[in-house]
Design a protein around this ligand. Structure first.
Ligand code: ADP
Ligand code: MG
Ligand code: MG
Length: 883
């Protein structure tokens, strides 16, 4: 087997496409060599060796040693040096390289091959003693730290003490003799720490470093990173061994990093930093402040040190040319590492650069316009989930920020508002027309209503995947979680932050994109939905097959969704319209009435309000489809709880409080989730469905007149398990349609369909489709009823389930394709077989989840429906699913 792949000198045994075998770094080093770029020669030990290593009790394949020796000899041939040679020693770097860049892996070891003999040879050959000893001390530090496990801090302590004693400030103050002394002290430290001398034998050094790379694949940091990013342990890492080039050889040498475009704004301009007379990680380590590489950037930053363009014009010009070659070749923005040794440029790494959502959008659109990629590729380049960051109001960049605490950027966007400490306070504040920030130690499902009412959420505890963070992201609400420095005292109603005490009603601002908590109210800027965003969305719309609708019941949500490009309403939850102040009493009257007459009297009060709700929605949607779901939730959700509330309803009904209480008790349910809800309400109390149908039809007539657009309401019956249920409710709706037609002298066009949210409904979809003109898969309930877990109670064990690999992801976030998804597929197939033009959609939270949207595309649904802020995400995800 071939375990080792060489590169350098304008050619390579590997190439870009071999990332699985060579790792990302190795494959790209090979590719750059193939392109004829100046890459120090080297070789890659394949990821298969890593696999072998773990399958065989941490041993290597027998052929490996020979292959490494041959590859080293080849580097020697190209460089004219020899590894371990006493007069002309080859020094190498040993670099890890997994398929995907992976923090947690072993850090790179530079200058390997140095020992007391070779350091002298390097000094003589370079005629630069300081450089040789500087390299040696760096090597001892790095190798001891990452291979031998002697903490970095010890070496720093020795260095600091030495500098202090000598009165030195900068590392550059140290001369050859100083480094020599320090090397002696470093070695003494290693001997003391390990009871063994620092290894002088270059072979031992090399195999020590190679072994450390493979061993680091299974260290705790790497394992955690893999589990967070779904990287399988089987992938393994490669090891790259490469001839050293030296950026620390004096003022004609340097090392640097660059992006071919600005990774935070996306601007098409070379963006990078470099340091003269430095090596490796010095640039990012922050020991010295690096310089911009281009002259313009250096001047803009008002720096007095020369840019690379000024200090090393020839190397800079060559570098600029190479960045263009690389970007054109890889057809993506590149993140590049380079070194200049004695004015000669060397390329050390290239890869696709990480970027912000904003930059990702701009780069994709501009590259398509430049002709570098196609418009469809541009659509495929932007992560739909990242769009979330761009859709929210953000703090005006010109505004002053007074930071009072900092937590995690848990959900993007910013909000200013009055502090509240409980869910009830949040709801009350919202009802009073205030903007509030809910401040909690942490949140739990009981806080849901308050979180919904709040404009932003701040917690002291919890990480990026805490309840608060997950829920907030789902709603597109800003959230800062884990702000550990704040003190929250809900009982006394105080927040301590930044040395100040804030009370309920005091105003703060949170920035969910940075994790900052800020004092006072701050000016916001609205998201930019034109420009590149609009362009990319237009391309996406040209590609996608599925329509994207929204889940909305308020005019504000409906308008927001249309701005985001929603093509109709896929789910209007009418019960949300009854929680409003002024309606809830009538609603309670209706529920608590003990006969039909009483119910009808209460419903008559609700009718005009419902009609008005629907008229507004129809007008905003102006001709686009609107699916209205009949009343669904368990009745007990509307029941009065406090004595006050009971008295209020009693007064309105002219009944006694005692009687009301006993009626409320009758309605108590042990398991409301599976109780008296959905179409069961409409079947027991048909007058409710009749009132709603009347409101819908009358509103449709009014809106058609006011907009001049035909309105075709889609009336959806929830929680159907059998066709008979649907038929019973449909009969009432049809009768009401005829009544309204007669009264108004118009012809109504409408559809009656059903939610598919019970396994039985999916299985009997063929039969149900005889009556239903459309299906909307209610995958929230379908997930609960298929897996048999309640969404509101799952928090206590779902995390464990995901951790133990029982679920790959939370099935309420991303649809369980094999289980719940199979039922959707059955529903689609059986439904369409019965009724070829059956309209099919999805309206659960999954409608806004890219992976679930891809599943919907494969299942042949006609549309997805999601919350307003997820509409653009769904448009892009639907386009990518269709590519
Ligand atoms: P990481 O994966 O953490 O970026 P690298 O393997 O890229 O680690 O190494 C870090 C830095 O070490 C590089 O950016 C480069 O500056 C330096 N480096 C690595 N190999 C060499 C080499 N052969 N010659 C000179 N510098 C090198
Ligand atoms: Mg590193
Ligand atoms: Mg690197």
């Amino acid at each position: 087997t071939k375990w080792v792949y060489g590169f350098g000198d304008g050619k390579a045994e590997g190439e870009q496409g071999m990332k699985n075998l060579l790792g990302g770094k190795g494959a790209n080093l090979a590719e750059m060599s193939n392109l004829g770029l100046p890459v120090p020669p080297g070789f890659t030990i394949t990821t298969e060796v890593c696999t072998y290593y773990y399958a065989n009790e941490r041993t290597y394949p027998p052929e490996l040693k020979g292959q490494v020796e041959a590859a080293l000899a080849e580097i020697g041939r190209i460089t004219g040096k020899a590894f371990g040679d006493a007069r002309n020693p080859l020094l190498v770097s040993v670099r890890s390289g997994a398929r995907a860049s992976m923090p947690g892996m072993m850090d790179t070891v530079l200058n390997l091959g140095l020992n007391d003999t070779t350091v002298a040879a390097v000094a003589a050959a370079s005629n630069n003693e300081r450089f040789a000893w500087d390299s040696y001390r760096r090597f001892i530090t790095m190798f001891s730290d990452v291979v031998l496990g002697v903490d970095h801090g010890h070496f720093e302590e020795i260095l600091d003490t030495y500098k202090e004693r000598k009165g030195y400030v900068l590392d550059t103050d140290l001369q050859a003799g100083d480094w020599k002394t320090l090397v002696g002290q470093y070695k003494a430290l290693v001997l003391e720490e390990l009871g063994k001398p620092f290894p002088e034998d270059p072979q031992e050094q090399l195999w020590g470093a190679v072994g450390a790379v493979f061993a680091s694949w299974m260290n705790a940091r790497a394992i955690t990173y893999r589990s967070l990013h779904n990287i399988p342990a089987e992938w393994g890492t490669g090891v790259n061994v490469q001839a050293m080039v030296f950026g620390n050889r004096g003022d004609t040498s340097a090392t640097g990093v660059a992006f071919t475009r600005n990774p935070s704004t996306g601007e098409h301009a070379l963006y990078g930093e470099f340091l003269i007379n430095a090596q490796g990680e010095d640039v990012v380590a922050g020991i010295r402040t690096p310089q911009p590489i281009s002259k313009a950037a250096a001047q803009a930053g008002a720096s007095n040190k020369p840019s690379m363009e000024e200090a090393m014009p020839a190397a800079f010009a060559e570098f600029v040319g190479i960045t263009k070659v690389l970007e054109k070749h890889y057809r993506d923005m590149q993140d590049i590492e380079f070194t200049v040794e004695d004015n000669k440029l060397w390329m050390l790494q290239t890869r696709s650069g990480k970027r912000t959502a904003k930059a990702s959008l701009r780069i994709a659109v501009e590259m398509a316009k430049e002709g570098l990629i196609s418009e469809e590729e541009a659509v495929g380049r932007v992560d739909p989930a990242a769009l979330d960051q761009l859709l929210h109001p953000t703090i005006d960049p010109k505004a002053e920020r007074i930071e009072i605490a900092r937590g995690l950027p848990a959900s993007p966007g910013a909000a200013s508002g009055e502090i509240v400490f409980t869910s009830e306070e949040a709801e009350a504040g919202k009802a009073a027309g205030k903007t509030v920030i809910l401040v909690r130690q942490e949140t739990s499902p009981e806080d849901i209503k308050g979180m919904l009412a709040a404009s932003g959420i701040l917690t002291r505890l919890g990480g990026m995947t805490s309840h608060a963070a997950v829920v907030a992201r789902g709603w597109g609400k800003p959230c800062v979680s884990g702000a550990g420095s704040i003190r929250v005292d809900g009982a006394s109603g105080t927040l301590m932050a930044g040395g100040k005490t804030y009370k309920k009603g005091d105003v703060i601002t949170i920035d969910g994109s940075t994790g900052q908590v800020l004092a006072g109210k701050i000016a916001m800027v609205q998201p930019e939905l034109s420009g590149e965003f609009a362009e990319l969305m237009a391309w996406a719309d040209g590609v996608r097959r599925m329509k994207v609708r929204t889940n909305a019941e308020t005019p504000a949500d409906a308008r927001q969704a249309r701005q985001f490009g929603a093509e109709g309403i896929g789910l209007c939850r009418t019960e949300h319209m009854f929680f409003d102040e002024g309606r809830i009493v009538a609603m309670r009257e209706m529920i608590l009435a003990d006969d039909e007459k009483g119910r009808r009297a209460a419903l008559a009060k609700l009718l005009p309000m419902q009609r008005e709700d629907f008229r507004q929605l129809f007008e905003i949607m102006s001709g686009l489809p609107v699916t209205i779901r009949l009343l669904d939730p368990p009745l007990h959700e509307f029941l009065p709880h406090s004595e006050e509330e009971i008295a209020e309803v009693a007064a309105a009904m002219g009944a006694s409080a005692a009687k009301l209480k006993s009626r409320a008790q009758e309605l108590h349910e042990f398991n409301p989730m599976l109780g008296f809800r959905g179409c069961r309400l409409a079947i027991a109390f048909p007058e409710i469905a009749e009132m709603q149908a009347r409101a819908i039809f009358e509103a449709a007539v009014e809106a058609a007149a006011s907009t001049g657009q035909p309105v075709t309401p889609e009336i959806m019956v929830p929680l159907v398990a059998t066709r008979t249920e649907l038929d019973l409710v449909k009969a009432r709706i049809d009768a009401m349609a005829q009544a309204v037609e007669k009264e108004k002298g118009v012809k109504l066009v409408y559809q009656v369909g059903t939610m598919i949210e019970l396994p039985r409904a999916a299985i009997r979809a063929g039969e149900i489709a005889e009556s239903a003109e459309f299906f909307s898969f209610g995958t929230n309930d379908l997930t609960q009823t298929t897996i048999g877990i309640s969404r509101d109670d799952a928090a206590s064990f779902l995390g464990t389930y995901v951790q133990k690999g029982i679920f790959a992801t939370d099935p309420f976030v991303s649809i369980d394709q094999e289980g719940v998804g199979a039922l959707v597929e059955i529903g689609v197939e059986r439904g369409r077989k019965q009724r070829a033009n059956l309209k099919l959609g999805i309206c659960g939270e999954h409608g806004g989840d890219p992976a679930s949207i891809a599943f919907c595309e494969r299942s042949g649904l006609d549309y997805v429906s999601c919350s307003p802020f997820r509409v653009p995400i769904a448009r892009l995800a639907a386009a990518q699913a269709a590519l």
